[in-house]
Design a protein around this ligand. Structure first.
Ligand code: ZN
Length: 405
């Protein structure tokens, strides 16, 4: 199975960042595929909205991103989920993919979500209609672009029927969308049913239909994905959890750890900022406790002080911008992270270079490095899983429980 990483323009780091001085000398942006060799991915997924918000100087997307591997383009359906219809014309989108030299172009789809339940049939039909429109023009072109037909649905049956409709129309690569928030058991049912119906169609026609799964990279689904013939999938979860998740920010062998939040006082926002203002915490005190927390955690890294000492300093700083109960909860998480010292066990070049700094939740440069590390960890974990996978049907149960050694 091939893993695609969704990509946004700000997803880069400056290799000259100094974690001690916290300086970023110039505007260099290095992407994850420039850091790790080989890159921990099989391709990237770039949205049209992303490209057009900041059009690259070079029209060729591979040159613009300095990436030679497979690049998939889509329209970023989440960005227009509340619109009556997608803001992109299907034929214009096809031209967009060709202009930038994408390898794979995703048809223009419209997500089906519970709040627009009364529109589900309309959104599914619109998605199918757009796919067929693009297919009609694409099939007569001489192009290296592969067309990936999207299917939207609301249960196993509706996904399977729509997938069959596109396969019968001629699509040999079909994507299942809108499953990101779906419970694992439901996704399993959908994959089984889509697989069964496409299998019958493939046998009749002698053409194997490939399937892409949008936005899903759950280990609990790997075995089902594998035996239902999923060809590719994408997920931004491991990257973005580095700074978006409340507790799961750093992964080692797919086990999550909470990052240590030592924000710069000037970066305090929202509830934290309000808490500071309400309790009339002075700027001097914030700076003093922040410096103490940083000094202590670095001393802990060098094993000069105990875990209790560093936790006390972290608690002192955290408690001036966090309510007491939440402070206790997060300090428990810090204790778990610091006890395990996972950053010392990772062999990736970013962890090796900045050490404990990779688990500080502080500034874009560290948070993005942690995200890159997470993708590296996910990809290696996934590849090891795949190597250990036992393909026969009778081993399905074992495969579902298959854990890495
Ligand atoms: Zn690492």
């Amino acid at each position: 199975m091939k893993f695609y990483l969704p990509f946004w323009w700000p997803d880069g780091i400056n290799t000259h960042f100094d974690p001690f001085l916290e300086t970023v000398p110039h505007k260099e942006k290095v992407r994850i595929w420039n850091i790790y060799n080989p890159p921990p991915l099989d391709g990237i997924l770039v949205s049209r909205v992303n490209v057009e918000s900041k059009p690259p100087e070079n029209d060729d997307i591979h040159t613009a991103l300095d990436f030679k591997g497979s690049i998939m383009g889509d329209c970023g359906a989440f960005s227009y989920i509340d619109e009556a219809e997608p803001p992109y014309d299907p034929i214009d989108t096809l031209e967009f993919y060709e202009k930038y030299g994408f390898d794979i172009g995703v048809t223009v789809d419209h997500l089906i979500v519970p709040k627009y339940d009364n529109e589900k049939e309309y959104r599914q039909e619109l998605t199918i209609k757009n796919a067929k429109k693009m297919f009609d023009v694409w099939k007569n072109k001489e192009t290296k672009l592969k067309l990936l037909g999207v299917v939207q649905g609301w249960n196993a049956n509706s996904y399977a029927t729509a997938a069959l409709e596109l396969a019968e129309y001629g699509f040999d690569y079909i994507a299942l969308g809108g499953l990101v928030r779906e419970p694992t058991e439901n996704i399993k049912k959908i994959l089984e049913m889509v697989h069964a119906i496409l299998q019958t169609n493939s046998q009749e026609k002698g053409v194997q239909t490939k399937i892409h799964l949008f936005g899903i990279a759950r280990e609990s689904l790997f075995a089902t994905m594998k035996h239902t013939g999923i060809h590719s999938f994408d997920s931004a979860g491991s990257l973005r959890n580095a700074w978006l998740s409340a507790k799961k920010n750093y992964y080692l062998d797919n086990v999550p750890y909470c990052a240590i939040r030592i924000p710069r006082p000037k970066d305090l926002r929202g509830k934290k900022k309000k808490f500071v203002e309400e309790h009339e915490i002075s700027k001097d005190l914030l700076v003093k406790l922040e410096k103490k927390a940083l000094a202590n955690i670095r001393a802990f890294q060098k094993q000069e002080i105990t875990l209790d000492e560093v936790l006390t300093a972290l608690k002192e700083y955290t408690s001036v911008f966090t309510p007491p109960k939440q402070t206790d909860q997060i300090i428990n998480e810090y204790q778990r992270t610091l006890n395990a010292r996972p950053w010392e066990l990772c062999d990736c070049s970013l962890c090796k270079k900045i050490g404990i700094d990779i688990i500080f939740f502080r500034m874009h440069e560290r948070n993005m490095r942690r995200g890159f590390h997470n993708v590296y960890d996910f990809y290696n974990h996934f590849k090891k899983w795949e190597q250990n996978y036992l393909p026969s049907k009778k081993n399905e149960k074992e495969n579902q429980q298959l854990k890495l050694v």
